[in-house]
Design a binder for this molecule. Structure first.
Ligand code: G3P
Ligand code: CA
Length: 222
């Protein structure tokens, strides 16, 4: 079972999420994968941040789309680190583990694809999105995953889009969904699983991976 550090290993309440330090902490805790979110900033570059503003996760204020990277990088995203560029995260971690890149903005898939392919990292990456319409164009070169909190149309759409995986929210995961995913040869990675008892339960159910804010809690169990 692949343990993905969800935004790294920020704990909860989260501090220092989606930063290089948080990703290093997740890998040191034994995670085999890193999950993170990407958006386009004001100068067109792709940055690693969950929200569409920097207000919650840095000591600055403003919309990501309105700030150039030079403006963005002066703010503290946790423990003195800036919001990273996707290119930096790929360069530092791409060869070391599996990376789940979640698209948070519309229209950025071609830029993400280019950054991944020029580094020959396709085998180390899964690109996911809640907005499934953002994903065509990535596959088959880059594995894609349908991210969702609803079961409707999930397996049909995954088949149509050539998905490698489905990423359901934990409360919609049932043994029958796992069996259907297995039958269709989709990997199934579940989010966001923070309690040791539920980590054990999903492992016993046979999911392929889970996302957690606490990868260190999975160590004894995988
Ligand atoms: O990929 C699973 C999870 O990260 C999706 O929700 O809001 O944490 O990006 P969120
Ligand atoms: Ca995410």
């Amino acid at each position: 079972m692949t343990i993905f550090g969800h935004r790294g290993a920020p704990g909860y309440p989260r501090h220092g999420e989606n930063t290089i330090a948080s990703f290093n902490k997740a890998l040191q805790a034994g995670a085999g994968g890193l999950e993170f979110d990407v958006r386009r900033c004001g100068d067109g570059r792709i940055v690693v941040i969950h929200d569409d503003t920097i207000d919650r996760t840095t000591n600055g204020k403003g919309r990501v789309a309105d700030l150039s990277y030079d403006q963005l990088k002066v703010f503290d995203a946790g423990f003195g680190e800036p919001v990273p560029l996707l290119s930096d995260v790929l360069d530092r971690f791409g060869a070391r583990c599996l990376l789940n890149i979640e698209l948070k903005d519309a229209g950025i898939a071609p830029d993400v694809k280019k950054l991944v392919l020029e580094r020959r990292l396709a085998e180390h990456v899964i690109v996911s999105a809640f907005e499934w319409a953002e994903l065509p164009g990535l596959a088959p070169e880059i594995p894609i995953a349908l991210l969702t909190s609803r079961l409707e149309n999930l397996l049909i759409a995954a088949r149509e889009l050539g998905a490698a995986a489905i990423h359901p929210r934990k409360d919609i995961v049932t043994p029958s969904l796992i069996a259907a995913a297995r039958e269709a040869q989709f990997r199934i990675h579940v989010w966001t699983v923070n309690e040791p008892a539920e980590m054990s339960r999903f492992r016993q159910l046979g999911v392929d991976g889970l996302f957690t804010d606490f990868p260190e809690r999975c160590l004894t169990d995988v």
